[in-house]
Design a protein around this ligand. Structure first.
Ligand code: FES
Ligand SMILES: [Fe+2]
Length: 453
């Protein structure tokens, strides 16, 4: 259904009451969080076969910029070539297997293996062989770096270890691409980028960000500011991916009049600092509704929420961001996206936050590496001021996240300690955790695939 504002599909998506509670199942086996055998199956049937985000296009701005991506004991190079294209290779020399790129990032005119000095160009082609005249014959085409599939979407670089993988565009799907396009994700700047090993399975991280059911228990401070009403949430499920959205409004908005409601919005930046830039326009709009006697009166259909949305639209438009294809709801509400297997993102006009988790390279299913990052759309003159460099946390717990993330960071590792108990053989999800249920149903579907071809 063509529309100028695809976000309208979310406004009319399924509510919790309309979702068949049994569709995805509510019981989840616990061995998936602790068993090495289960993790081996994930490795074989998910991690080596699906597209996964390995970075941002903006991390490799120049020819020869490269980064490495680690998946269990596998290592890949992602590099920008002379033709501007980003390519991926297995990080191993074709001579005797030495690791070609060491470290996380770098820039090279060519790849030179330090062991016996074979060299490869940025297209992976074998170019130089030490004392080539006496080593031969060596077919250089046959001994080029092993390629892996790499593509980009929304400013993210994706890699798929499987050479027979479907194209990324098919994996993402037309609807998902269309729904995300109006946000201009590819134009956003990285403003936070932190990676750290966690003492929990990678799916504990994924689960934690796919439901708001834990907010009362883990993030009670949020309830003082924002309204959490699960009956208002909307859900849309794709084959592998999902999106959920809840209206963003101040707590107890129904109970209070316009003054208190406006005051509630003005306090939001204490918890949601990026709203600060919208407040000046918000105040202007609110002032226009103040009567001569000082009373604040909103016409029918206007609320502090709709004024916040208008203020966001005006502010972003004034800064040069085209928000014309975003709905009013997308001006204020965070959509929570899950791109299987390990990409979770909340996004609203002008900004997004991404949580990813990968199995720990050491192979312990009770550990993972999480990668948290934030992106904002910024006018050109502010990009350098806000751009963040990647942080690798090597001292566990030494990095301080913002409050809500810190609370999740601690909670997830507590949960893993409970999950390790052998008598606990399954978890019981409630309806509000339907996105978690969908995620595990997708995981089970992938794991049910046969390995023989
Ligand atoms: S292993 Fe790379 S040149 Fe020998
Ligand atoms: Fe949380």
């Amino acid at each position: 259904m063509p529309t100028t504002r695809p976000g309208e599909w979310i406004d009319t998506a399924l509510s919790l009451a309309e979702i068949d509670a049994d569709k995805f199942g509510s019981q989840i086996s616990t061995d998936r969080y602790t068993s090495r055998e289960f993790q081996e199956r994930e490795r074989e049937l998910i991690w080596t076969k699906t597209w996964q985000v390995v970075g941002r296009v903006s991390e490799l701005p120049k020819t020869g910029d490269w980064k490495t991506y680690r998946l269990f004991d596998q290592s890949y190079i992602i590099v920008r070539g002379k033709d501007g294209l980003i390519r991926g290779f297995v990080n191993a020399c074709r001579h005797r297997g030495n690791l070609i790129c060491q470290g996380n990032t770098g820039n090279s005119k060519q790849f030179l293996c330090q062991y016996h000095l074979w060299s490869y160009d940025l297209n992976g082609k074998l170019r130089g062989i030490l004392r080539e005249n006496i080593q031969g014959p060596i077919d250089k085409d046959e001994n080029s770096l092993l390629p892996v599939a790499v593509d980009t979407f929304a400013g993210f670089i994706f890699l798929n270890p499987d050479l027979d993988a479907e194209p990324l565009s098919e994996y993402i799907g037309d609807e998902v691409a269309e729904l995300l396009a109006p946000y201009h994700l590819d134009e956003m700047t990285t403003v936070m980028d932190v990676r750290e090993a966690l003492e929990c399975n990678w799916k504990v991280v994924m689960d934690a960000f796919q439901e708001g059911y834990h907010i009362s228990g883990v993030h009670p401070q949020l309830l003082q500011q924002i309204d959490i009403n699960p009956t208002q949430s909307r859900y849309r499920f794709f084959d592998d991916h999902a999106v959920a959205c809840s209206p963003f409004d101040v707590a107890n908005a129904q109970k209070f009049g316009p003054e208190e409601h406006v005051e509630g919005i003005r306090k939001l930046p204490e918890t949601f600092p990026t709203l600060t830039s919208i407040l000046p326009r918000f105040d202007e709009l609110v002032a226009s509704y103040r009567q001569e006697n000082g009373q604040l009166e909103f016409p029918e259909g206007t609320t502090a929420r709709t004024i916040l949305q208008q203020a966001a639209r005006d502010t972003f438009t004034g800064m040069g961001l085209d928000v014309s294809r975003l709905t009013d709801a997308q001006m204020s509400d965070n959509q929570g996206w899950v791109l299987f297997p390990n990409f979770f993102m909340t996004i609203r006009a002008g900004e997004c936050h991404v949580i990813m988790a990968t199995p720990h390279p050491g192979g312990d299913p009770n550990r993972c590496v999480w990668h948290v990052s934030s992106y904002m759309w910024l006018p050109d003159d502010l990009v350098d001021q806000f751009r963040a460099e990647p942080i690798e946390v090597t001292e566990p717990g030494s990095h301080e996240y913002f409050l809500a993330l810190q609370q999740d960071f601690e909670q997830m590792q507590r949960q893993q300690n409970g999950l390790r108990n052998e008598r606990l053989d399954h978890l019981s999800l409630v309806k509000e955790e339907v996105v978690v249920a969908h995620f595990h149903s997708v995981l089970d579907r992938h794991l049910a695939a046969t390995t023989t071809s």
